[in-house]
Design a protein around this ligand. Structure first.
Ligand SMILES: Cc1cc2nc3c(=O)[nH]c(=O)nc-3n(C[C@H](O)[C@H](O)[C@H](O)COP(=O)(O)O)c2cc1C
Length: 186
């Protein structure tokens, strides 16, 4: 599949709205409409070589799922289907939502679970993001002083989201779709 596939998990809808903003900024020539992971089959996701995957944090920095109190199946129920699959050749950018004031000790930590899964099974993870501009004590999603993907806080910094997405997409689209390197959409 030559376009970017955008998949997200959500419980209260914020990650869906962010996924829609990402899609809008990329445009339909470059990405397919975002899909909720609870309505996605593994084959549907795996048909893309370029992926943008989004998740909020629930529980104690966990992926959303039935065990963290979500009403429907979510990332936690989806990821076991990918266990043991060869994901080499996939280019994957991650984004995570969290609340840095209320969950300062585990801000946006759930992204690390998607990172470990995809990186551990051979995918190329792109789109690491600076921790500057956020105030938190700890996040499992930080490796070598950088978040493993874009972090957004719709509870305490919603006014920064559009600009953060814009900068991040400018950074990742040439890597996600190498053919676009000369004429990126943003
Ligand atoms: C029960 C509960 C647990 C949460 N745990 C975390 C957490 O560990 N880390 C974090 O940064 N945010 C945490 N959050 C905040 C959510 O990730 C944040 O509100 C997010 O925007 C929700 O996204 P959604 O609307 O797509 O479900 C938690 C929220 C709730 C209600």
């Amino acid at each position: 599949m030559s376009k970017i596939g955008i998949f997200f998990g959500t419980d209260t809808g914020s990650t869906r709205l962010v996924a829609k903003s990402i899609f809008k900024q990329l445009g339909e020539n470059f990405a397919d409409k975002p899909k909720n992971i609870n309505r996605t089959s593994p084959a549907e996701l795996l048909q893309y070589d370029a992926l943008i995957l989004g998740t909020p944090s629930y529980g104690i920095g966990e992926l959303p799922g039935l065990s963290t109190g979500c009403l429907e199946r979510n990332w936690q129920e989806f990821v076991p289907y990918l266990d043991g699959m060869d994901l080499s050749g996939k280019r994957v950018a991650l984004f995570g939502l969290g609340n840095q004031e209320r969950y300062a000790d585990r801000f946006a930590s759930s992204m690390i679970h998607l990172y470990r899964l995809f990186y551990g099974q051979g995918a190329n993870i792109i789109g690491q993001w600076s921790t500057e501009g956020y105030k938190f004590e700890n996040s499992d999603a930080v490796i070598d002083n950088r978040f493993v993907g874009l972090v957004l806080d719709q509870r305490t910094q919603p006014y920064l989201t559009d600009e953060r997405i814009k900068i991040w997409l400018a950074q990742i689209t040439p890597q996600l779709l190498p053919a676009l390197a000369e004429a990126p959409p943003v």
